[in-house]
Write a new protein. Structure first.
Length: 141
């Protein structure tokens, strides 16, 4: 999967996306809004340093939409946390499928999280979250 594939998917689904200097603060790299069933994703280019990070962010925001893990402007911190967790779980399943992760970790190809991240073209942090998620959900290595 490439960044172009993700943007093509957004277009196919009718999801608008914009890049700019939005200054969301707190290291927030994107925000997704929904108005009457239409979605827009706003990418803050000041926070996106690499293509890999941009792809991760795009898939994560798409995961919010696909799972319905959206929050209102007055959401509580707990509601935001739950929505973020739901979107992250969806992103993990999409970007780092368990069967492929298991196969990669059992091969000589990838010996550490950095190499696994390179293999899947995702940030190392997402690999750590995936390993924790699959471990906590009883997947057998």
């Amino acid at each position: 999967m490439t960044l172009i594939d993700i943007y093509d998917e957004l277009k196919e689904k009718g999801i608008k996306y914009y890049s700019g200097r939005y200054g969301f603060g707190n290291d927030v790299d994107a925000a997704t809004i929904e108005i009457r069933g239409c979605y827009g994703i706003f990418f803050d280019v000041t926070q996106l340093k690499t293509e890999r990070q941009e792809m991760h962010t795009a898939v994560h925001e798409l995961s919010h939409i696909e799972t319905g893990a959206m929050v209102s402007i007055d959401a509580t911190p707990w509601e935001v946390y739950k929505a973020e967790q739901k979107a992250t779980r969806h992103e993990i399943k999409r970007m780092i499928p368990f069967a492929e992760l298991r196969a990669v970790t059992q091969s000589e190809e990838c010996r550490n999280n950095y190499e696994i991240a390179e293999h899947f073209n995702v940030p190392e942090e997402l690999v750590e979250q995936a390993i924790e998620y699959y471990h906590n959900h009883g997947e057998r290595w």
